[in-house]
Write a protein that binds this ligand. Sequence first.
Ligand code: ADP
Ligand code: MG
Length: 257
Amino acid sequence: MNDQPPLLRVSGLKKSYGPAEVLKGISFDLKKGETLSLIGPSGSGKSTCLRCLNFLEKPQAGEVLLGTERIGQRPDRKGGWRLMSDTEMAPQRREIGMVFQLFYLWPHLTVRDNVALASIKAAGMRRDEAHALAEEMLEKVHLRHKADAYPEQLSGGQQQRVAIARTLAQKPQLILFDEPTSALDPELVGEVLGVIRELAEEGRSMILVTHEIRFARDVADRVIFMEGGHIVEEGPAAQVINQPRMERTRSFLGQVG
Ligand code: ADP
Ligand code: MG
């Protein structure tokens, strides 16, 4: 089992916007079934890193392997690599689900239709099958009873759970969460974290960017602390958060927690 290749292998990712180098060579692995939490100060490059994993942002250097498949790049005729087009990349993007701070639900569609839409449009599933799958996924986020409601009838926490169900319906191999509770009123954070915890316990493979440090310690298997486009420290969640080795990690944790 230990000799299994990682589900995700990220090596040497670099990303600049103009002269500003935002990712300065990021490398890490994720095993199947593992939950990794990415923490660090605002502006350290966490969101950029997540977006580079599925090539929503194009890194200038580095590679991302999901299983044995190279994400976002194809061999070219000269023995190098070329960027894939968005069309070529669409099947890969379905393997890497993403949950954002804001939920981006369609206001004119019911909860069921919001969750089913991509299955019908992108995966070509039959409408009745897509609806059955949507209801199954809504059950996982404890919102099956809201299938006929419209987003505006739901709380922010419920809307984020619908967005999670929508991502689950994609049946991704890996789920990326970018501060999924940051836009929520404090009393709604717990229900969303509760769902994420259940997914972690189910053995999903996930990367979670969060400011909820205690949650990261309790739920993640490993934690990466990033600052200034570098990985400063990486290790088992309890070790990084309770006994950080690096002074920078200690001072960040002192400020947030
Ligand atoms: P974090 O998620 O850790 O707060 P980000 O990845 O969002 O950090 O941003 C890292 C740095 O990159 C910040 O300085 C931010 O201003 C800059 N940045 C992010 N996206 C862009 C962009 N599209 N164009 C220019 N600069 C950007
Ligand atoms: Mg961010």
